[in-house]
Design a binder for this molecule. Structure first.
Ligand SMILES: [Zn+2]
Length: 450
């Protein structure tokens, strides 16, 4: 953390005094003399000790450890703590501290590129530090968020500096089962709802978080962030597990210094492309063609799909992980399935003879999973699957789309990845839901629900 220069100087001086104080103390102890601190030495000792985790004690003389806040030994100041009120501007705060307009102008000018003073937000805390109530305030500290604060020097140079707080982390785990909603499964346990967003980051290629189902299970291993001992947020999710129906998904975060991301248990990226075709051993009988002559309708009509001719009953595969958003029948499409893979891509499979067992709206499917069988239902002359690829709501020719290949991690990464994976898998295994009384859970959910 950057300490304001003046404070660093004070600290150096006080350290010197501390040394003098300590040597005086030992000399006195050696002499076995009854001793006492002069008020001055005692004061400097107190002021010089920087807050540390353990309470300090010198012999039988407890020493009050000063509180260090914003890089200042806060005990040496008069502290005024407030929050920004509606309609309150920086100038209002500074005028109340007897600053004149030229001073305020200088502070605003110095804040350029550091902090936009027009962005003070209602309800955010600020602190004014004054040496003495008879004097002008020394510092204004504004906290735009828990991670940082801005120090405005109100005297002399009127410097404006922005400081990031030191974040410490602790690896934690969480687990839950969806009874009513993901919200309740997380917040009902007193956990941060940020976990849901981070879990989605890890599993977004496999799970459609808009269509979660009752009894789905999740487990997470993540970093809990702390600032000055207080929980402030969720950091990296290291490992995520999700079970929906019979399908289980694992995502392990791995960073080799060049790229980072989530990988499955075999080291393949979670973010993966699509199968080239939805049927094996088939041939393309008709290409995507915006100017095609329709064999049944006997007129020009764009063909938004690619037809794969295959014998009746040939299995049709989901080309990517996703959730079934439609499994129904229309006169034109016959039996068809539509799958949402992510916010960008959807695929559709027409003219099925029948759906595979368990395929219906809302069901999660994995890449390569059988979703139906080749038929000729709807407007079809013979057995084939008309495969349609939707990108951002438009039907496109998937044969022209370039997807990044889903290559596994290089061999040289595998030992480290395997070690990490096993470590986090062990933690996932141990993750259990926090037991909360039913009443508390529903209350927490109600109170926290935005
Ligand atoms: Zn077709």
């Amino acid at each position: 953390m950057d300490l304001p220069e003046s404070f660093t100087q004070i600290l150096k001086q006080k350290r010197k005094l501390l040394k003098i104080g300590l040597s005086t103390l030992s000399a006195l102890l050696i002499g076995g003399t009854l001793f006492y601190f002069s008020a001055d030495i005692k004061k400097s000792l107190q002021a010089s000790l920087v807050a540390s985790e353990k309470p300090l004690e010198l012999g039988s003389f407890p020493v009050t450890v000063p509180t260090l806040k914003y890089g200042f030994a806060i005990d040496t100041f008069q502290v005024l703590e407030k929050t920004i009120e509606p309609g309150q501007f920086l100038a209002d705060i500074l005028l109340a501290q007897q600053l004149d307009y030229p001073s305020i102008d200088k502070i605003v000018a110095n804040s350029a590129g550091v902090f936009d003073v027009r962005r003070l937000r209602v309800g955010k805390p600020y602190t004014i530090l004054t040496k003495d109530s008879t004097q002008q305030a020394e510092y204004l500290i504004y906290e735009p968020n828990v991670y940082e604060y801005v120090v405005f020097e109100l005297k002399e140079d009127k410097k404006v500096t922005r400081h990031e707080r030191e974040i410490t982390t602790e690896v934690r785990s969480a687990a839950g089962t969806l009874e009513t909603s993901l919200w309740n499964a997380i917040v009902g346990q007193g956990l941060s709802y940020d976990l849901a967003a981070k879990m989605e980051d890890a599993l977004q290629w496999s799970i459609d978080f808009h269509h979660l189902q009752k009894d789905d299970e999740f487990k997470l291993v993540y970093d809990q962030e702390f600032i000055e001992g207080k929980e402030v947020g969720i950091g990296q999710v290291h490992a995520a597990y999700y079970k929906t129906g019979e399908n289980e998904y694992h995502a392990i975060f791995y960073d080799n210094g060049k790229t980072d991301g989530y990988y499955d248990l075999e080291g393949r990226p979670m973010k993966r492309g699509f199968l080239k075709s939805p049927v094996k051993y088939s041939r393309i009988s008709s290409y995507y063609n915006l100017n095609r002559f329709h064999p049944i309708l006997k007129r020009r009509r764009p063909h938004y799909g690619t037809d794969y001719a295959a014998p009746y009953g040939t299995p049709i595969y989901a080309v990517g992980d996703g959730v079934v958003i439609k499994a129904s029948y229309t006169k034109g499409n016959g039996n068809f399935v539509k799958i949402k893979h992510d916010d960008t891509y959807q695929t559709q499979y027409l003219h099925m003879q029948k759906f595979a067992k368990g395929i219906s709206s809302g069901v999660h499917v994995k890449q390569g999973q059988v979703i139906g069988y080749v038929g000729s239902t709807g407007l079809a002359t013979g057995p084939h699957v008309c495969f349609r690829f939707w990108k951002n709501g438009k039907q496109v020719n998937h044969l022209n789309l370039k997807f990044p290949p889903a290559k596994p991690l290089p061999d040289e990464d595998m030992p480290r990845f395997t070690e990490l994976r096993d470590k986090y898998m062990a933690l996932l295994e141990k993750a259990h839901p926090v037991k909360v009384e039913d009443n508390d859970a529903s209350l927490a959910a109600e109170n926290g629900n935005p």
